[in-house]
Design a protein around this ligand. Sequence first.
Ligand SMILES: [Zn+2]
Length: 604
Amino acid sequence: MAASPNVRWDLSALFSGMDDPRIAATWDTSLARADRFAERFRDTLDTPDVTAAHLAEGIREMEGIYQEAAKPANYAQLLMAADSADPKIGAFLAAQMERFSELQVKIMFFELEIQEMADEVFARLLDDPALDNYRHYLQVARQYRPHKLSEPEEIILEETANTGCRAWVRLYEEVMANHVFRLTPPDGGEVQELTEEETTKLLRDPNREMRQAAGDALTQGLEDLERVVVFTYNNLVQDKRVGDRLRSHPYPEHSRHLANELDKSTVDLVIDVCRANYGLVERYYRVKREILGLPELTHIDRYAPLFPAKAEVPWEQGRDIVLDAFGSFSLTLADRAREFFDQNWIDAESRKGKQGGAFCSYNTPDTHPVVFQTYQSHYDDVMTLAHELGHGAHASLSRAQTYLNYHGTLPLAELASTFGEMLVFEKIVAGATPEDRLALYGEKIETIFATVFRQSSLFAFEQKAHEARREEGELSPERFGELWQESVQEMFGDSITLGDQHRGWWAMVGHFFFAPFYVYAYSFGELLALSLYEMAKQGGSEFEQKYIELLRLGGSRSPQELMATVGVNLDDRAFWEGGVAAIERLVEAFERQWAELGPRPAQV
Ligand SMILES: [Zn+2]
């Protein structure tokens, strides 16, 4: 096993341990504060003569209460990530979440009263300088107002949802999670009983016969579930249609756009730019076919591995690569990232019981963010470090904001992380061997494709499915299969032939079921970061300062307003084409690298 550093985080800015007496004290104080808050502010907002000063005082107090209460809850989640095997931590986490809910129930009335304020009163307050810091918060709190129903209607919908749409989602999740996929190994061994996750993982096996066996097992397993899954999806799509009608959402994606604070025209533009550039996907897969040495690629070859990069990158070297790359763009960015190493805000060692994955936890602006990963000295660990420290530097700069404005808005959430990755990627490839370079380009391109182009093809399927269900009534498995094949095939052009076997694979995309139209946010966020990165390449030091200021603004404004501060108009096609140009350069570099290395036998 590759080397992992002895690097553990220091969480003492939060608490010293589960038995820290400050935890109980935090809850006592916060709950008492919430009671006093309710006494002072309940039934005081929805009146014609409410003042901006009164509303501002209420928001500030609510913000203060949430900021303190977030600390034990965050602390418990971090302990859990660091050691998920300890049952004491599990119980501790559950207790903190219960206290948090208890607190939330006491405070919830405040936002509901903001939503209920009369339009004229709200408009008057919104312009008042006393509420400058909370204008965005107020706008977000109000945006569902036109789509709210009367209180008794909301109660009926809420209570019946548990046996309605939420029950359908749970049925889907349970059926998929518990289904056994039977795989017949190509070497003639015994049939293996696998989960969906284990089976899809084998689509990345270097042995093509193994990938084919995994494809067979998936198709058969999904056919077993077809009646339940298709019926479930039909119901969820119809349920959304009914909800949209009752709440006056004019089209299926509307509620999602509202949550993302994006206009339909902006999202449609981004998706159109993606679709207009599907040719890049074709170009990449043509080279991949040559490298794999296959006459034709099908759906089972899409995720076939090329060959892994070989170099080892020890922790100290990984740290230096990231800090140098950040510093070559911005010394401020590098300083913010360096603080994570100097102050022990990173947990990077490999330990038993530690959860997988990586994240940056913002915590609160009056404490500090932390980064979590398991560093094992491969290039992709350096990329993960760059990603999380991109988030980390963003969080660190956003500490200039108050708690309610601290977190980035969702469509911009992956901006600084993707940006950081691009800075580091360029530095890594520059120092790699030619073979590693080819592997690195391939990995990077496939990661970007999975986020930008794949998600836009999934979005296309969803749009078609919701539209067809609205126009044609309940849809058959064949009809869903047809919409699925045409949406995904469009992306591949003639570089990959999706076989008939692939028709039912839409059923594996959980987002279609539990978060309709969520997928486009992935395309949007990644292309946004790449486009901004492209601007940075041309922008010089003036751009650097604007970028740092943008990160400092945290989530204090809408996506449009935030991007306007760096001179970006999200409705400008040329801006988004910049991101595509960045992807094209990667594809070109991949083609060039392959041409230089020359054809070689497929890796096994
Ligand atoms: Zn991220």
